[in-house]
Design a protein around this ligand. Structure first.
Ligand code: NAD
Length: 249
């Protein structure tokens, strides 16, 4: 028996990176996985990895989030993976950048939790796992809006955990350090272009932030998400758990 046998898991941003690795790991653990992403094409091969259902979902679209929650049977696990990194200090962050970052990184989680929580409460309970970041736990250079959103994700996580601890709901946040995913590759290329450095030099600087001397992998983060979804983590709620190669020591 897999550790998530009989569980229904719903994931956002499951087409790439941490979300994709988590969808596959949860399916391997026996869950019925419903993987969603704004890019339908990124989900196409997931059925080959044991994913039961795939659906296009833009987490910025409140109507679509409500419709998908209404149309599905109740879930046991909600994984909120969607997030965007805005680069810059406060002086490079416009009102539009701020609003977009909060809409995609924070309001999206408000939407999915609001839509799915009533069904989870009516059932035997469940686990909500929100992807925050070490940027929500400590100041990181050039991550002004991003850090603010990820700190808000931690606050949102703790509030939901506190309000529903008596209803069988656990709500936790994962705080990754730098993880080797497609979006990190894009950030490295953009930063290299902007600073006239080589991509190797920029990548080395990212690695340099990690006391363990390497980047994390999406599979390592996925393993933590699977753990938080299982009964092994029954006593954990409201936690913001770093998985960061020592970045927050
Ligand atoms: P990624 O960019 O590799 O994948 C992100 C996925 O999100 C893509 O498939 C994309 O299509 C999807 N997406 C984008 N906008 C969407 C929307 N509006 N609705 C639904 N899906 C949308 O991402 P990643 O690096 O694995 O990051 C996943 C999460 O982990 C994010 O919340 C990110 O902030 C967080 N995180 C990442 C790192 C890192 O170093 N990679 C570190 C800490 C936290």
């Amino acid at each position: 028996m897999g550790r998530l046998e009989g569980q229904r898991a719903f994931l956002t941003a499951a087409g790439a990176g941490i979300g994709r690795a988590t969808a596959i790991a949860m399916a391997k653990a026996g869950a019925h996985v419903i993987a969603t992403d704004i890019q339908a094409s990124s989900l196409e091969d997931l059925k080959d990895h044991g994913i039961a259902e795939t659906k296009r979902l833009d987490v910025r679209d409140a109507l679509a989030v409500n419709a998908i929650a209404r149309d599905l049977d109740a879930i046991d696990i909600l994984f909120n993976g969607a997030g965007f990194v805005h680069a810059g200090t406060i002086l490079e962050t416009s009102e539009k950048d701020w609003d977009f970052s909060f809409d995609l990184n924070v309001a999206s989680m408000h939407r999915t939790i609001s839509a799915f929580l009533p069904g989870m409460i009516d059932g035997p309970g469940g686990a909500i796992i929100n992807v925050a970041s070490v940027a929500g736990m400590k100041g990181i250079v050039n991550r002004y809006a991003y850090g603010a959103t990820k700190a808000a994700v931690i606050g949102l996580t703790k509030s939901v955990a506190a309000d529903f601890v008596g209803k069988g709901i656990r709500c936790n946040a994962i705080c990754p350090g730098t993880v080797d995913t497609p979006s990190l590759g894009e950030r490295i290329s953009e930063q290299a272009q902007a600073s006239s450095q080589t991509t190797d030099a920029v990548r080395a600087a990212f690695v340099g932030r990690q006391p363990m001397g390497r980047l994390g992998t999406a599979d390592e983060v996925a393993a933590m998400a699977v753990y938080l979804a299982t009964d092994d983590a029954q006593f954990i709620t409201g936690a913001a758990l770093p998985i960061d190669g020592g970045m927050t020591i």
